[in-house]
Design a protein around this ligand. Structure first.
Ligand SMILES: *[C@@H]1O[C@H](CO)[C@@H](O)[C@H](O)[C@H]1NC(C)=O
Ligand SMILES: *[C@@H]1O[C@H](CO)[C@@H](O)[C@H](O)[C@H]1NC(C)=O
Length: 124
């Protein structure tokens, strides 16, 4: 590891810490989610699909996270682009979900799905 690589790593860690800190305090901007396989982010994505299914009486299945952003405002707001399939495995489209998690890293019954709209067949 040369010193430049180390510097980049340190800056990345500091940026991550800042994001963590901001999750409990002041409002911030949108940050791209760097690791789309992070178990918590996947949990939030699955929560969005499950909530949508409850609200719309559908049976969509989470089929992958395409990309996502987070904003920290007294908790975390997630804006996620999610691929879905039907229970028979057929592709069911891409959706943009907005999830509010009031406390950092606590996807519970206090979290809420604010929107879940299709991207490929947009109606609004
Ligand atoms: C992303 O998160 C997963 C699960 O925590 C981990 O296994 C993987 O190494 C991470 N990838 C990167 C690039 O940090
Ligand atoms: C939900 O969907 C199922 C299957 O399509 C249907 O049988 C049921 O009546 C629906 N329930 C409501 C509350 O619309």
């Amino acid at each position: 590891m040369n010193s430049q690589t180390i510097l980049i790593t340190v800056v990345a860690l500091m940026a991550w810490s800042a994001l963590e800190v901001r999750a409990s305090g002041a409002p911030g901007g949108w940050f791209a989610i760097g690791n789309l396989t992070d178990p918590h982010v996947i949990e939030v994505s699955k929560f969005a699909v499950a909530e949508h299914n409850k609200q719309a009486n559908e049976t969509l299945v989470f089929d992958g996270l395409i990309n996502g952003e987070v904003q920290s405002v007294q908790g975390t707001v997630y804006r996620l682009r999610i691929d879905t399939k039907r229970i028979d495995g057929a592709y069911a489209g891409e959706y943009e979900a907005t999830v509010v998690e009031p406390l950092p890293s606590a996807i519970t019954e206090t979290s809420s799905l604010c929107s879940f709209r299709t991207i490929l067949y947009a109606t609004c």
